[in-house]
Ligand binder design. Structure first.
Ligand code: HEM
Length: 354
């Protein structure tokens, strides 16, 4: 007669195989962009030192977004603003960075910073101080796309957090203003190694989230921008009856909280909110890309995953560069109040060679 013990060994083994196949098929469903990644980054970078990092990010964000899906847009935008200015080094997270006080960053959602710090606490309490804030932000952006219905793509990890602040005005120089036209977008994106297809795909991030009157007022005051469709203009004038109105509207009127390709359908109907959005359809260099993304969501998703991967490796710090911050909003050298815990956590993670 079979004993409980003789049953349990094969059952355990079969369960292990099932679990392993589930885990591997889960990772196989992620798009892996065909992009040469920066030296020092790797898919599975935390495999040995914090194998649960991606699960921790995803399960926390699942809760956050179930309460307020708008936070997904905030996190996606925060990652882009980090990467465009001085590379994806978490500099935008620093309280004392001049970046934080410059106009383009004033409309970043305060909750986005809190969510990243909450994630850091969860991750560092499980693994020690081994995961950088810039990697946490990159994963949070990826999961923001995933949870709102967009592609699930693999993210190379191993970024280190920056210890320098950008120069004054660097934020203005590196980020594109909403009133910019396609020429400026293509020029500024090219400086970050992003081509026209990447630029249009990344602009497709405006399929979720909101924009304030201040960001598009010149399109509706004193008169309608002729490239804006009339009923859409009337709608925006209702949201913003005066140029100084402090209100916001969806960036994609067709499906504001869903990551899909309808933003490109908006542009074809001349219902893009910012000049920088609408001009992608008006400009012959990018119109064809807009039209192809509007008609083929899968094509958009594939190109978005590639473009996010390329954006996510802009000027990254790796290996011995930078640091792993003990708090995402403060450089370790400025973190006097937390010095003790910084040292403790350093010792705890010394085996990970960080
Ligand atoms: C052409 C370059 C871009 C311009 C000019 C631009 C401009 C803007 C502006 C002005 C806002 C709204 C700010 C406000 O009024 O509250 C915004 C929101 C947003 N942007 Fe962009 N952006 C650009 C590229 C990107 C990229 C590359 C991403 C991400 C990959 C992105 C993701 C977002 C998201 C998700 C929101 C909504 C944020 C929220 O709801 O809190 N943008 N963008």
């Amino acid at each position: 007669m079979a004993t409980a013990k003789s049953f349990s060994t094969p059952i355990l083994f079969i369960s292990f195989l099932l679990l392993a196949s589930c885990l591997s098929s889960a990772s196989e469903t992620k798009i892996k962009a065909n992009v040469t990644i920066a030296n020092g980054l790797a898919y599975g970078f935390y495999r040995y030192i914090c194998p649960q990092v991606e699960v921790l990010v995803r399960s926390y964000l699942r809760q956050v977004f179930s309460r307020d899906v708008g936070q997904a847009a905030g996190l996606l935008r925060l990652h882009a603003h980090d990467c465009f200015v001085q590379g994806c080094d978490g500099s935008v997270l620093l309280d004392r960075s001049i970046e934080r006080t410059e106009l383009p960053n004033l409309s970043l959602r305060p909750q986005s910073f809190q969510i990243i710090e909450a994630l850091r606490q969860i991750i560092h309490s499980r693994c020690g101080r081994v995961v950088s804030c810039s990697d946490i932000l990159t994963l949070a952006a990826r999961d923001s796309v995933f949870f709102t219905g967009g592609p699930d793509y693999a993210v190379p990890l191993g970024r280190r957090d920056g210890v320098t602040f950008p120069r004054p005005n660097q934020t203005f120089e590196d980020l594109v203003a909403p009133f910019a036209k396609t020429t400026e977008i293509l020029t500024k994106f090219a400086r970050k190694n992003l081509n026209a297809v990447d630029s249009v795909a990344l602009s497709g991030a405006h399929t979720i989230g909101i924009g304030h009157c201040d960001s598009f007022k010149e399109r509706i005051f004193p008169n309608r921008d002729p490239t804006m469709e009339i009923s859409f203009f009337n709608r925006l004038r209702q949201v913003c009856p005066a140029p100084e109105t402090d209100a916001a509207t969806w960036l994609d009127i067709r499906s504001p909280n869903r990551f899909d390709n309808l933003y490109f359908v908006d542009l074809m109907n001349r219902q893009g909110v910012f000049t920088s959005d609408q001009d992608l359809f008006e400009d012959p260099r990018t119109r064809g890309i807009v039209v192809s993304f509007a008609s083929r969501q899968r094509l958009f998703f594939k190109n978005f995953a590639v473009a996010m991967t390329k954006m996510g490796i802009v000027d990254v710090l790796t290996d011995a560069q930078g640091e792993i911050r003990a708090r995402c909003n403060v450089r370790n050298s400025d973190n006097i109040n937390d010095l003790e815990s910084v040292v403790e956590k350093d010792m705890g993670s010394s085996s990970a060679m960080i």
